[in-house]
Every structure is written in C-alpha cells, then in structure tokens.
Design a protein around this ligand. Structure first.
Ligand code: ZN
Ligand code: ZN
Length: 238
C-alpha cells in the first residue's frame, strides 16, 4: 500500500469514528482504570516480604509468553474466536501505521492505537481475577494479589509503551519517553514489526522481547536507531 492509499484508508477510518469519541477520555479511562485496580491490589497485601517478588517475576514471564502468543496467533492469524481482534490489529492498526510512517497525526488516531476499554474489563475478569484466585488458594493471600497486580500492571505497561511507540517524534511526551533507558530500542523493535513483510514473522513482544528471543522471532537492527529520520529501518533477521 502506497502513501496515498494509506491516507485514504486513514480518512475512511476517521470518518467511521463516532463524533463522541475522545482520545483523552479513552487513554484516561485505561490508565486510571488499570491504575485503580493496581492500587486496590496493593492495599490488600499483608506483611509483604521482598522474597515474594519471585512470584512477580514468574507471573511476568507467563504474561510475556501470552503477549507473544496472542499477538502472533490471534493478532496476525485469522481465527473464528478472535476475528475482531485480527480485524482491528492486522486490518486496521497495521494498515494505519507502517514502519515508514509510525506516528499518529491527531488525537482521533488514538482509537486505532489503544485497545478498546472493554478489553481491560475482559482480561481482568477472564485472567487477572481467576489467576489471582488460583494463586491465592495454592500459595496464599499475597500471591493471589501479586498475580492480580502484576497482570494488571503488564496490561497497563503494554498500553502505555505501545502508545509511546506511535508518538509524534520531537513532541514533549516523546522526548520524556526517550529518557527511559532502552526505550528507543523497544520502539525500533516495534517499528520493525510494522514492516508489512515482517509483521507475521516476528517482534510480537511489546514490553520486552523475551519470547521473541527465545523463539527466534527477534528482528532487530540497533544501527538503524542512529538514523535521524523516521522510516529508515531496514530490518535484518538475527
Ligand atoms: Zn503498533
Ligand atoms: Zn502486530
């Protein structure tokens, strides 16, 4: 798809967005909603000990596998059950943004970057709560809440980081994210994923390319980060 066709797609997509849509409200609900759940979980911890963080690490590793698998198998392969996710991801998100054109142009475009709000509710009900209950009954109180807190934090981290990869270069927010060590590499990593030829091949992780590395689906050329302008990425399989 050339630039002109992409702009046409964008115009059509924007025309289909409800006039009541507010990107700021969308982002705020996700951040405040997930943030409140995390705070609630934290208040439930009793006599927390540092060694209990092993469970946070294990939960994150499990999450990272889920991030890799769901993005790969449901985001980039059409399945009956997750048809809508495939449509929103491969159909909309990957058509709207390609590796040579990654930045949102207006707040309305946030709709195609941030997950719909109901997904936070769905993952909380389907994963964080039942997983927390299982952990609670097997390992004890704190571990149940640690599972809940970690999963919700991962969801929020995914949303915030993915959003940050599509920020306008040179904006104040983008420059703040640049201060985070390793962030520019994570963004490059996701930019490479937006290459239409590579999107089904790899770079499925968003928060940390752990399972991309383990499964050999990591495409990463650090030298590209030296290039000053957007769209200069030339992914090289490792
Ligand atoms: Zn993206
Ligand atoms: Zn993708």
């Amino acid at each position: 798809m050339n630039d002109e066709a992409r702009e046409k797609f964008r115009a059509k997509y924007r025309a289909g967005v409800s006039p009541n849509y507010s990107g700021l409200l969308h982002l705020s609900v996700v951040v405040l909603g997930a943030g409140s759940l995390i705070c609630w979980g934290t208040t439930k911890l009793v006599d927390f000990k540092l060694y209990q963080l092993w469970f946070v690490v294990m939960t994150y590793i499990a999450y990272n596998l889920g991030e890799w698998a769901s993005h790969n198998y449901w985001g980039h392969h059409k399945t009956k059950l997750f048809k809508l996710f495939y449509q929103r991801h491969t159909g909309d998100h990957h058509t709207f943004f390609v590796d040579t054109d990654m930045e949102y142009q207006m707040v309305l475009d946030w709709r195609v970057v941030i997950f719909p709000i109901y997904l936070l509710v769905l993952t909380t009900v389907a994963i964080s709560i039942p997983g927390g209950l299982v952990s609670y009954f097997i390992f004890g109180g704190n571990y149940g809440y640690l599972f809940f807190i970690t999963m919700t934090s991962c969801y929020l981290l995914y949303e915030v980081l993915h959003f940050s990869y599509h920020l306008q270069r040179g904006s104040v927010t983008e420059r703040i994210f640049r201060l985070i060590p390793g962030w520019t590499y994570l963004r490059l990593f996701h930019t490479v994923h937006h290459n239409r030829d590579l999107m089904v091949e790899g770079n499925f992780n968003i928060t940390l390319p752990l399972f991309d590395w383990i499964f050999g689906t990591l495409y990463f050329d650090a030298n590209d980060e030296q290039k000053p302008s957007k769209g200069d990425t030339k992914p090289q399989p490792q």
